[in-house]
Write a protein that binds this ligand. Structure first.
Ligand SMILES: CCCCCCC/C=C/C(=O)SCCNC(=O)CCNC(=O)[C@H](O)C(C)(C)COP(=O)(O)OP(=O)(O)OC[C@H]1O[C@@H](n2cnc3c(N)ncnc32)[C@H](O)[C@@H]1OP(=O)(O)O
Length: 719
């Protein structure tokens, strides 16, 4: 797992061997201990280069080992032995040096990086801190403010930034190992006294207390209840205020609280779930590893509203030639300006030239005749989309993929409007489409394997986390949102306020509660959908029957607000009030509170005290219950798909792992018991009736989440 050879006569070359990222498994750690010992004791060896196999230095500690019984040498003494050695050690960094990988490099006396390498301490994203002395060495090397930034955000830096910060000593465009070997030959025999980072005094910036208070406030605000960023600040503070050995002890104590925490488990689950969704499969047998995507050099976007603009930008930034079609002149003018602004800002952020020349505009749909793939992002209306798909089917070249950005409509029905339904898939982006990481790729009954594979690959190229899902109303994300929002409405009827519901959800970790979110996205969006579903009845009818639609409980609260022209932020009024239309700061609205009182009185509802626990249980368990239905129906292949969708698209706090993981953490038996309790209290709410898959999982002993697929498979094989 680590091999020593001698190159250039006197340089010991240690190669880490643990594909694909040379993670520091027990075997690799043992290999490093053994080879370092050998190199230090071999008189032929005057200096040492450590590198990773296959162009990757090291992706850090082996995350798969966490949560298991750890064996093998510990990282800290291993790295100390390297630093304390009396021969110069040079890290040759190609690919990535992350987490324990960078900590290993910081134990070396010199670091040489390839210009394309990325370095960082991303432990915080896994619910941990750099506990192989990284939190103590990095501030000593680059100063407290820069170290705080890197350690609390976990961001990866380029080799150029690493050089500027002082993390690496040399950056090369040539062969990194050759360069590092030359470097090692040059420094052989030189004193190492000034090269051992743990012996450096930590630079103490003026206003140290204010600096840490500020850092703590910042992380508390952005962490939304995550504990690791707070521990990271505390660890760096220890580096700045304590001698090295004491700082190390503090780092160990802090790590001990994080290591076995539920948050660390949730974040590490998310890491693997994000990768697992790339190994997609569909019920028809299509799979990620056997399906061949077709190349897509040229694509078109139809409809340049908010979504279309974002999609066009995302495609152009990926390097595709884009034809952007909009038939309304005014919309086209506005879109051109908005798109060029987005491209410019994006280019500035990424330090590259804007790619405006990648997009050509047309008011004529015939301009899409030669593209390889079309994404329609027109108005969310089935009749409009039906007509468009009929046109596209006639205009596009043979084999061109036809994709819909619908957020809920029937992909099979749209496919049926075309001559080649196998070429139709959903590509459901999330607003703003050039920023949000999530993409739901919706396969229909007749979508070809190649069409799904192409959409998934295009999503990946665009930097999206793409999840393949089946076709149903709302797909995965929006389908689960429905019972969640419904419960929030019922809670208002029963005595809660939007403020109370939102506070409970935001304290749980959502970036925005359901009502603030709904004000942001526009209340009219859901109103239009409910109208389309025949649920909206205008007016102020009273009595119990006014709150029943299609035989089940219904809350017309959202419809009543829309009737008043309260569409949320855009009109300056919604569930909250705003300083002006388009305003962002939500303020409590006395009108809304008296409206709710009047509503309850009219319907004979008596307000009762509702606490945060009930808000969370009703909203979240209803959403989770729908997730179980989605798994049961085979719309999502596994719980990871649902969790990734919620974490990347719906603001679910990552440190809680996604709704299905959260259900497992709470305990499936408890979720079942609470759903039964609430369903008994509200028998007219079908979404509270526990799903049979949940019952089955509880009956089979509530297996851990990675075993759910077995239970689901058995369930499907019995059907
Ligand atoms: C009491 C104990 C004290 C211990 C002290 C601990 C201090 C140190 C802690 C750490 O080091 S925690 C780990 C920190 N490192 C990271 O967070 C990096 C994670 N990896 C990545 O960001 C990326 O994988 C990459 C290295 C940038 C490469 O990206 P790429 O897109 O090329 O490949 P991926 O698809 O992401 O990964 C390929 C494959 O490798 C698996 N993998 C990646 N990193 C690790 C790892 N550190 N441990 C175990 N496995 C890893 C990844 O899961 C993929 O496999 P599959 O999941 O697809 O099977």
């Amino acid at each position: 797992m680590a091999q020593l050879s001698i190159v250039s006569g006197s340089v010991g070359l240690i190669t880490l061997q643990n594909p694909p990222v040379n993670a520091l498994s027990a075997a690799v750690r043992q290999g490093i201990v053994d080879t370092v010992e050998k190199a230090l004791s071999d008189p032929k060896v005057k200096s040492v280069v450590i590198r990773g196999q296959n162009g990757v230095f090291c992706g850090g500690a082996d995350i798969k080992e966490f949560g298991t019984k750890m064996t093998g040498p510990h990282l800290i003494p291993m790295i100390h032995a390297i630093e304390a050695g009396n021969k110069p050690m040079v890290a040759a960094i190609e690919g990535s040096a992350l987490g324990g990988g960078l900590e290993l490099a910081l134990g070396c006396h010199y670091r040489v990086a390839h210009s394309k390498a990325r370095l960082g301490l991303p432990e915080v994203t896994l619910g941990l801190l750099p506990a192989a002395a990284g939190s103590q060495r990095l501030p000593r090397l680059i100063g407290v403010p820069a170290a705080l930034n890197l350690i609390t955000t976990g961001r990866h830096v380029t080799a150029a930034e690493a050089l500027q910060l002082g993390i690496v000593d040399q950056v090369t465009d040539h062969d990194t190992v050759d360069t590092a070997v030359k470097f090692a030959l040059n420094v052989a025999g030189q004193s190492l006294d000034a090269r051992r980072i743990s012996t450096f005094p930590c630079p103490r910036p003026a206003e140290l207390d204010a600096l840490f208070e500020d850092a703590m406030q910042k992380v508390r605000k952005s962490a939304r209840g995550a504990i690791a960023p707070v521990a990271c600040v505390q660890a760096v503070r220890a580096a700045a205020t304590l001698p090295y050995a004491e700082g190390l002890e503090r780092e160990r104590e802090l790590m001990a609280t994080l290591f076995n925490s539920g948050q660390a488990r949730a974040l590490q689950y998310c890491f693997f779930a994000q990768r697992a969704v790339g190994r997609w499969s569909t019920p028809s047998g299509a799979r990620w590893d056997t399906s061949k995507p077709v190349p897509v050099p040229k694509a078109a976007v139809i409809g340049l509203g908010t979504m279309g603009r974002g999609i066009a930008v995302a495609l152009a930034q990926t390097g595709l030639s884009v034809v952007a079609v909009e038939t309304q002149e005014k919309q086209m003018m506005e879109a051109k300006q908005a798109v060029s602004g987005m491209l410019e800002r994006g280019a500035k952020r990424r330090g590259v030239a804007p790619v405006s020349d990648k997009i050509s505009y047309s008011g004529n749909i015939r301009a899409v005749a030669d593209v390889d793939l079309v994404i329609e992002a027109v108005f969310e209306d089935m009749a409009v989309k039906e007509k468009l798909f009929q046109q596209l089917s006639a205009i596009c070249k043979p084999g061109a993929l036809l994709c819909t950005n619908t957020s809920a409509l029937d992909v099979d029905h749209l496919a049926s409007q075309t001559r080649n339904p196998e070429l139709v898939v959903g590509m459901h982006f999330f607003a703003p489409a050039h920023v949000m990481k999530l993409l739901e790729v919706v396969y229909g009954r007749r979508s070809s394997t190649q069409a799904v594979a192409t959409a998934m690959q295009l999503g990946k190229k665009m930097g999206k986390v793409s999840v393949a899902v089946g076709n149903c109303r709302g797909f995965v994300g929006n389908r689960m949102l429905k019972p969640y929002i419904e419960q929030a409405f019922y809670l208002l009827e029963e005595g809660a306020t939007p403020e109370l519901v939102d506070r409970a959800l935001e304290e749980f970790g959502f970036s925005m509660g359901v009502f603030r979110m709904s004000d942001l996205s526009g209340l009219d969006v859901g109103w239009r959908v409910r109208k389309g579903d025949g649920l909206v009845e205008p007016g102020l009818a009273s009595g119990p029957s006014a709150r029943v639609r299609q035989g089940r409980r219904y809350s017309p609260l959202g419809d009543l607000l829309c009737e008043q022209g309260r569409f949320g932020q855009k009109t300056g009024r919604g569930w909250y009030q705003y300083e002006k239309p388009g305003g962002r700061v939500a303020r409590s609205d006395p009108w809304l509170h008296s409206f709710l009182e009047g509503y309850r009185a009219r319907h004979g509802l008596v307000a009762r005290r509702i606490d945060h626990e009930e808000v969370l249980e009703r909203c979240l368990y209803a959403l989770i219950n729908e997730g179980f239905h989605i798994l049961e129906d085979g719309i999502a292949a596994g719980p990871e798909d649902i969790d990734v969708i919620y974490v990347f698209g719906y603001g679910w706090p990552r440190h809680r792992g996604g709704p299905m993981f959260y259900a497992g953490m709470v305990g499936l038996a408890k979720v079942l018991e609470r759903l039964e309790h609430y369903h008994q209290a509200h028998p007219d709410v079908p979404h509270l009736q526990p799903c049979s898959l949940l019952r089955r999982l509880v009956a089979s002993g509530s297996p851990p989440i990675h075993k759910w697929r077995e239970v689901i498979r058995k369930l499907h094989s019995h059907l």
